[in-house]
Design a protein around this ligand. Structure first.
Ligand SMILES: *[C@@H]1O[C@H](CO)[C@@H](O)[C@H](O)[C@H]1NC(C)=O
Ligand SMILES: *[C@@H]1O[C@H](CO)[C@@H](O)[C@H](O)[C@H]1NC(C)=O
Ligand SMILES: *[C@@H]1O[C@H](CO)[C@@H](O)[C@H](O)[C@H]1NC(C)=O
Ligand SMILES: *[C@@H]1O[C@H](CO)[C@@H](O)[C@H](O)[C@H]1NC(C)=O
Ligand SMILES: *[C@@H]1O[C@H](CO)[C@@H](O)[C@H](O)[C@H]1NC(C)=O
Ligand SMILES: *[C@@H]1O[C@H](CO)[C@@H](O)[C@H](O)[C@H]1NC(C)=O
Ligand SMILES: *[C@@H]1O[C@H](CO)[C@@H](O)[C@H](O)[C@H]1NC(C)=O
Length: 924
């Protein structure tokens, strides 16, 4: 501790020295006198001969201007073009004046955090004026109505700390560029009253935006608003007065959305039940769209309006006519085209609805969508139009397969689906039906086979039909309802808590020459400016390989982990290029990269998070543990990076990709299907990896989401369990770095859903599901299957009731001989055992290893896996293991005040403040 204090003092002295050197040469008097000249009505003391640092509204540090605050001072005149030579400026507040002329160039003001220039009279924006604003958090420049039309400044992507961007009523036009993944901290986006056109950018998906104001665009934004469903942090959404089309998406993941303004658009479809039942929603306007179906009903505490041009079936709440419902479902499968919404009004489908012909009994006999440019799929709900004789869908852009439910239409005479993009099997219609399928290149094939049909085995069948070609029930709709899909996906949770994060950056601050602790006057939070954080301590020596290559890319801190600078990660991932994406998970996107020495890495860029000191300490503590967990079947964590509020984890790269790809997408990636031998070997590897984690974890300390996309395959097709996290099991939620309560329905044990408690038995269950996938070649959840088959566990457990069913249920690519079949029966039994309903009925992971081991040994002699482990005694608890590491190091401070017990659920955070995270590396 004492040594640290000394180091810290040295840093301070060093930085003060640097600062003095710079201030003898730099001075802001030149630009400040220009500013005084060009402003009209500047405050009186600006002309009294006082030094500029004492002028009203000016703040300095060491003679350099850091802040200009002259809001609402009736200023007019203009700003000098060299304003950006105030290189130490952090705040510029000149809002509510009458400044005119060119907007000031702020380029390269790398300390500038806040810009307020709203409500002025600027006339144009110089190009490149927002480049290099690497610390910028707030850009607020709304109400500059005399600006020449300008487009969204792409160079703002360099402002990766941006929290607020407000430029309403500022004459912006053109499209919103797809760059919002550059702003992981963006919370407020206010661009109302401009002239934007085009679509909502894809990169809104997964963003942390809370307040989205894009209303009242002159030309109008268009396309669907589907992306809202993925913007889980939303509070306020103002999209009124645009040209948006398509249905209102399922917003059930937007748990804090209270204000949704969608009026005056061209939205269609049925108001989703998830909106009406949302407990957060308080204000909704849906007026003047083309919404369909029953009138929505909101709770009495919700202010909701939906008057105007909407096409609800009735003028009061209540269900629509069944035939109307069916046709709406048909329209839904086509994305609710505006063309249909325009004419399909009222509650009688036979009353002048376009493209519909009825008989005298009021039954639909013809549906003719010829040449309508429709996309989407053919709804199985057509089967509910029981009198249908003619169904003409030719010359559209329909995809998917022909639903087998159409076979139930007894009256059908003509079915013309020519010139679309349909694929899959053609149901076997009776001779009475005139069937035209020409002009569908892929029809008769499964989408990925590319063959001419016939010879290609299809393990999972095609949409609407079961694998053996029997018709699916005509209940209809299950494959098209987005609500269903959303309903079964359980929210993935990351909790990085708090907002406060301080860092002291010394050696890295060649730019700044002083401590990077900056008060943010707006909200009082302190913002980190550090790229490379020093690390928590506790080094156990397993990373000597990295030590040796720490030259340019890595900073291996003496006591601890490997911190990798964001610059290096940007560099090696080609600036997080789309082309480098290896996969996307609930916690972020994973990119491929190659360090300068040729080491391939996988970089997980975690989703935007707010970070507090405590959160940061815990994160580092977590890293300290995870980098130590080494096992042949666990992907190694090589290092990490903290950049502002962004966290990145760097893992070992697995060249063969995920098990998912090899199991379900093998045709697409051009590899042969996995053999049974490979599958059992993979299962054993995974079982060993998880068993190891369990041995460390005792109960529920380390958890992973066991599904095939988290199982990675190395060069030799050995499986590794991709990543793992420490999990909160404290009911008070105290441990908050990252909760891995994630999982996809289909892998989650039933008791998990009810209790949310992560136990080893939850892992065992998920492992059982993975075994079932390995056997059947089918996904845990396959909503293209009929209901009774879509949930793999339920279906497979029914299969298991009778051993004779198993051969029919296994992946058809396996084509097992008798001996292999024997092995399959054993794995099938294990899978059933692992997925037992009651947790206590499930075996532990060791049992799985014992069952699978001999099956693999059957092919090849075992290697002694345990010898390849990290040298940690498998029977040691994690706390014991940590203490062992600490003892080995002799130097660790990290766990000094650590009193582990099994009741203490979290990794204790580092004892005290930042001094601890300093080490000698920092002062270089
Ligand atoms: C803004 O500038 C225009 C000329 O560019 C001028 O006519 C107008 O009066 C100015 N408005 C204000 C509020 O200063
Ligand atoms: C800002 O810095 C970049 C890179 O250092 C340089 O290319 C650019 O000319 C600078 N812009 C201004 C306006 O000084
Ligand atoms: C708004 O943008 C559209 C399309 O970009 C353009 O055609 C139109 O002229 C703009 N309107 C105004 C008033 O600038
Ligand atoms: C929503 O997120 C999921 C998962 O990241 C993605 O597959 C999907 O395309 C996103 N949807 C939209 C509309 O952005
Ligand atoms: C279609 O018919 C089935 C069986 O009668 C019924 O359960 C389902 O609700 C109907 N679907 C629609 C959209 O009317
Ligand atoms: C048909 O749809 C596909 C993808 O859905 C699209 O790429 C293609 O451009 C569309 N073709 C037409 C003529 O609309
Ligand atoms: C089923 O339909 C969906 C959506 O149209 C499509 O993505 C999927 O590939 C289809 N599956 C099969 C096996 O045809």
């Amino acid at each position: 501790m004492g040594q640290l204090k000394t180091l810290q003092a040295l840093c301070l002295i060093l930085s003060l020295l640097l600062l003095t050197t710079t201030t003898t040469t730099a001075d802001d008097s030149d630009v400040m006198s220009k500013l005084a000249e060009s402003l009209k009505n500047a405050p009186k003391d600006w002309s009294t001969g006082k030094t500029y640092c004492y002028w009203e509204g000016i703040k300095c540090v060491e003679n350099r201007v850091t802040s200009i605050n002259l809001a609402s001072k009736s200023l007019s005149g203009s700003l000098p073009s060299n304003l950006n030579s105030l290189t130490q400026l952090t705040t510029l507040s000149l809002q509510s004046n009458s400044l005119s002329g060119l907007f000031p160039s702020l380029a390269n003001l790398s300390f500038l955090q806040e810009i307020y220039l709203d409500t002025n009279n600027f006339t144009s924006i110089p190009s490149g004026c927002f480049q290099g604003l690497s610390s910028l958090q707030v850009l607020s420049m709304s109400q500059n109505i005399n600006l020449d039309p300008w487009v969204f400044p792409i160079e703002l992507t360099q402002a990766s700390s941006l929290v607020t961007l407000a430029a309403g009523n500022a004459n912006l036009y053109g499209s919103l560029p797809d760059i919002f993944d550059s702003f992981p901290n963006l919370q407020n986006l206010r661009l109302s009253y401009n002239n934007f056109s085009g679509f909502l950018p894809k990169s809104f998906s997964g963003s942390g935006i809370q307040n989205l104001w894009l209303n009242n665009q002159q030309f109008g934004l268009s396309g669907t608003i589907e992306v809202l469903s993925n913007m889980t942090q939303l509070n306020q959404v103002w999209l009124h007065k645009n040209q948006f089309t398509g249905p209102i998406p399922d917003i059930s993941k937007c748990k804090t959305l209270f204000d949704l303004q969608l009026r005056d658009n061209l939205l269609t479809g049925i108001v989703p039940a998830t909106l009406m039942s949302s407990t957060a929603i308080q204000n909704v306007s849906l007026d003047n769209n083309k919404l369909q179906g029953p009138q929505p009903v909101f709770g009495s505490n919700v202010r909701a309006t939906f008057e105007g041009t909407n096409s609800f079936c009735l003028t009061k709440p209540g269900p629509c006519d069944p035939q109307v419902n069916t046709l709406l479902e048909v329209a839904g499968a086509l994305g609710y085209p505006i063309l249909l919404a325009g004419s399909w009004e009222g509650n009688n489908a036979c009353d002048r609805w376009s493209f519909i012909v009825c008989d005298t009994q009021g039954k639909v006999i013809t549906v003719n969508f010829e040449n309508k440019h429709f996309t989407g799929i053919i709804s199985p709900a057509f089967a509910n139009l029981t009198s249908l004789k003619n169904l003409v869908l030719k010359n559209n852009n329909l995809t998917g397969s022909m639903p087998a439910s159409l076979l139930t239409l007894q009256q059908l005479q003509l079915l013309d689906v020519s010139n679309n993009n349909l694929f899959g099997e053609i149901p076997k219609f009776p001779d009475t039906v005139k069937l035209i399928t020409t002009g569908n290149v892929l029809i008769g094939t499964t989408p990925s086979s590319g063959g001419g049909g016939g010879g290609t085995p299809s393990g999972s069948g095609s949409n609407g039909t079961t694998p053996n070609g029997t018709p699916a029930p005509a209940s209809g709709g299950s494959s098209v309802s987005p609500g269903m899909i959303a309903g079964i996906v359980i929210a993935v949770v990351i909790f990085f808590v708090v907002v406060l994060f301080v860092s002291i950056k010394c050696y890295a601050s060649k730019k700044h020459g002083k401590f990077g602790r900056v008060d943010n006057p707006m909200n009082g939070i302190e913002i980190a400016k550090s790229d490379v954080m020093s690390s928590a301590n506790g080094y156990n020596g397993v990373q000597s390989d990295l030590h040796s290559q720490s030259s340019g890319d890595l900073h291996v801190f003496e006591g601890g982990n490997v911190a990798i600078s964001i610059h290096v990660l940007r560099d090696v991932t080609n600036n997080f290029s789309e082309d480098n994406i290896l996969g996307r998970g609930g916690f972020g996107v994973v990119y491929k990269g190659e360090l300068h020495d040729g080491t391939k890495i996988a970089v997980k860029r975690m989703e935007s998070v707010a970070v507090g000191t405590k959160g940061l300490n815990e994160f580092q503590a977590e890293i300290a543990v995870l980098t130590k967990v080494r096992h042949r079947h666990l992907v190694a964590l090589l290092g990490y990076c903290i950049n502002g509020n962004e966290r990145l984890l760097v893992y070992e790269y697995m060249p063969q990709g995920t098990l998912t790809q090899h199991l379900f997408d093998w045709r697409e990636i051009g590899v042969p299907p996995l053999t049974w031998k490979q599958r059992v070997t993979i299962a054993l590897d995974v079982a060993r990896g998880v068993e190891y984690l369990h041995s460390l974890a005792q109960q529920s300390f380390i958890h992973r989401d066991l599904k095939p996309s988290n199982i990675l395959l190395g060069d030799d097709m050995r499986a590794k369990v991709a990543d793992f996290g420490l999990v909160k099991n404290a009911p008070d939620g105290k441990y908050s770095v990252e909760t891995r309560l994630a999982g996809t329905f289909g892998y989650l044990a039933p008791e998990y859903a009810a209790t949310g408690r992560v136990t080893t038995k939850v892992d065992v269950y998920a492992f059982g599901v993975v075994l079932m996938e390995l056997m059947s070649g089918r996904k845990a959840l396959d909503d293209t299957m009929p209901d009774e088959r879509s949930h793999l566990v339920s279906w497979f457990r029914r299969v298991l009731v009778n051993k004779e069913n198993i051969p029919k249920a296994i992946d058809q690519t396996l084509d097992p001989d008798e001996e292999t079949m024997g092995s399959i029966y054993k794995v099938a039994e294990l899978a059933g055992h692992c997925t037992a309903r009651e947790p206590y009925q499930r075996p532990d992971m060791g049992h799985a290893v014992n069952i699978l081991g001999p099956l693999v040994e059957h092919w090849k002699p075992t290697t002694n896996e345990e010898e390849e482990n990290s040298g940690i005694d498998l029977h040691m608890s994690l706390p014991q293991a940590l203490q062992r590491w600490q003892a080995n190091e002799g130097t660790s401070r990290m766990f000094d005040d650590l009193s582990y017990s099994q009741t203490q659920s979290s990794i204790p955070s580092k004892p005290s403040g930042f001094a601890d995270s300093f080490d000698s590396m920092d002062c270089r």
